[in-house]
Design a protein around this ligand. Structure first.
Ligand SMILES: [Zn+2]
Length: 183
């Protein structure tokens, strides 16, 4: 699904999903799985697109829990997060070839960056791809490294975090396995 600021001036677009609705809306599910690596076990997503001049405003409210793995001991973890955020998308002039220079002159591209509005992205002349926005929302919340006892993470099974030893066939450690035998 693609949106542009012209269409949004006529009407806002509201996208809503929860765990049950995901099964009927595969494109939303796919966008989330692309970012998180698994289908959320709990989800409330509200996404409201509106035009703000040439900009597209995306207001997001999300609450999500999904299964992932500890990067250290490979235990199953549940990562839970929720937030509200407003993101802005500007037309990308580099790819905006459909517009004449004269048209561009009439558009005021100066962006006033206010503290709350630092989440600014760009969209091509073909429009803002909603799937990409959804993936971005979830990808930004997924930490690069996840360990058992970090904030927002809960172990599925009880236990303490430990380093996976070289004897265990942990695929991430295969190339480093010889290092573990040094002592
Ligand atoms: Zn762990």
């Amino acid at each position: 699904m693609r949106l542009d600021s012209y269409a949004l001036q006529k009407r806002k677009v509201k996208i809503q999903a929860n765990k049950e609705l995901l099964e009927q809306r595969a494109w939303i599910k796919d966008s989330i799985v692309l970012a998180l690596g698994s289908v959320p076990e709990q989800l409330e997503l509200l996404l409201l697109f509106s035009a703000d001049g040439e900009r597209i405003r995306a207001e997001v409210k999300v609450s999500c829990a999904y299964q992932t793995k500890c990067d250290r001991c490979l235990s199953e973890l549940i990562h839970q997060f929720e937030f509200e955020r407003t993101m802005f998308y500007m037309p990308d002039l580099q790819t905006g070839s459909v517009r004449s220079l004269k048209e561009l002159d009439q558009i005021d591209y100066e962006v006033e960056v206010i503290e709350d509005e630092l989440d600014i992205g760009w969209y091509p002349s073909t429009g803002l791809e909603v799937e990409a926005v959804i993936s971005e929302i979830f990808a930004l919340e997924k930490p690069l490294q996840m360990h058992c006892h970090d904030d927002g993470l809960t172990r599925v099974e009880e236990g303490e975090c430990f380093f996976v030893s070289a004897e265990m066939p942990a695929k991430a450690n295969n190339t480093l396995a010889h290092l573990f035998n040094l002592e």
